[in-house]
Ligand binder design. Sequence first.
Ligand code: GAP
Length: 419
Amino acid sequence: MDMMEKIVSLAKRRGFIFQSSEIYGGYRGFWDYGPAGVELKKNIKNEWWKTMVYEREDVVGIDASIVMNPVVWEKSGHLTAFTDPLVECKECHKRFREDQKDTHEHNDWTEAKTFNLMTEVLLGTTEPKELSYLRGEITQGVFVNFKNVVDSTRVKIPFGIAQIGKAFRNEVTPGNFTFRSREFEQMELEYFVKPDEKESKKTFEDFKEIRMNWYKSLGMNTKKLHFADHTPDKIAHYAKYATDIEYEAPFGWSEMEGIHHRGDYDLKSHDLKYKDNLTNVEYTPWVIETSGGVDRATLFFLIDSYTEDGERIYLKLNPKIAPYKVAVFPLLGNKPELTKKAREIYKDLKKSMVVTWDDRGNIGKRYFAQDEIGTPWCVTVDFDSLKDNSVTVRDRDTGKQERIAIDKLLNYFQNRLDG
Ligand code: GAP
C-alpha cells in the first residue's frame, strides 16, 4: 500500500475523514469529518486563532457570510480573473487543468480555455432567479467590513482582521484526497499597513516567519517544509508578490498556505480608505495576507504524524492538536468496581480536557486503536487502583507506563500539555 492509501484508510477506519454522501457513491471534491477529524480540525483552528488573534494586540476577528452581494465579486475581479486554464483531451473528452496534463494517459489536447472557479447559486422565488456566488475566498468578507471594523473598534494602522471559514471553488480536477476540494476551509489574516514599500516588505517577511514557525511549533517535520515564491504565471490577480509554504506530501511539494502582498488592490477596488485620526490624512492602506487551508493543514498533520514502528502504527500528533488528550479504560470491561472507578476519573478529567472512553475488547486492542487516533495518554484502572488510588498512564510515543496517583492526574496531564 502506498502512503496515501494508508492515510485514506486510517482516516476512514478511525473516524477522521469520510467521503461526502458515501452511501450514494460519494461526491467528487467533497468530504466529511468524523468524530476524530472534527476534533483535530477544531484544534488546528483554535491554535491558529490563539497565535494570530489572542496572543496579539493588533488583530481582531470577524465571521462574514458565505454568500455576499454579487457586486463584491464584480469589484474584486473574481468574476473575470479568478480562473484556471482548462484543456480537454480530444480522445476521451476529459477535462484537466493545464498544469495536470502529464497525469493523463492520452496526449492530444485542445487549446487551453479560461475556466472561472466561482461556484454559482440561484436565489429567490421568482424566475429568473437571482444569480449569486458561494465565496471563492473568505477574504472579501474582511475587505467589505473594513470600515465597519475601523468604526466599531479601537484598531489603528497597522492592524489585522482574522477570519476562519468555508470557501468554495469549482475546481476542474479535485483530487489527492482532501488536498484539492470544491468545499474547504481557510484561516486568514488580512494585515493593513501604510502604503510603503519598505515597511510592507518587512511585514511580509515577518509574517512568513510567524506562519512557518507556527507549523514547526506544532511538530511538523522541518525538512518537509519550505517556501516557494510565486512566479508571474502563477501569481493571483490581486497580488504584487507572494510566496507559499509548501509541504512535501507523498504526491510532491504542495501548497499549504499562501502569503500574499495584495498592495491596495482590494481596498481600492471597493473604494475604501483609512483616515489617520492624528494627522487627518486619508489614504488607501496596503494589505499583507496569510491564507492557510484548514483541510490541507489537517491532511498534512495527519501525514506528517503517521508513524510505523514494526507492527505498531501511531499518529505522533502534538498533544495540543490530538483529537483526544486522554483515553480512560477499566482493565476489564465486565468488572463493575473497575468500571465505576474508571468512570469517575473519566468524568472528572472531561471537565478540563477532551477525553475518550473505551471498555471494549482487551487492553492491547484499545492501545492499538488509541495509537491510530493519536491519543497521547491512556489511563488504565486496575485492581491495584482500588487499593492504592493510583492508575497506569501509558505514553503513546514511547509505550512506557507510569503509576500516577488519581488526585495528581489532572495536574500531570496539564503540565504535559503545556510543556
Ligand atoms: N485569500 C487568498 C487565497 O484564497 P489561495 O492561495 O487561492 O489564496 C489559500 O488559497 C489557501 O487555501 C491555499 O494555500 C490552500 O491551503 C487553501 N485552498 C485553496 N484552494 C483549495 C482547494 N481547492 N482545496 C483545499 N484547500 C484549498
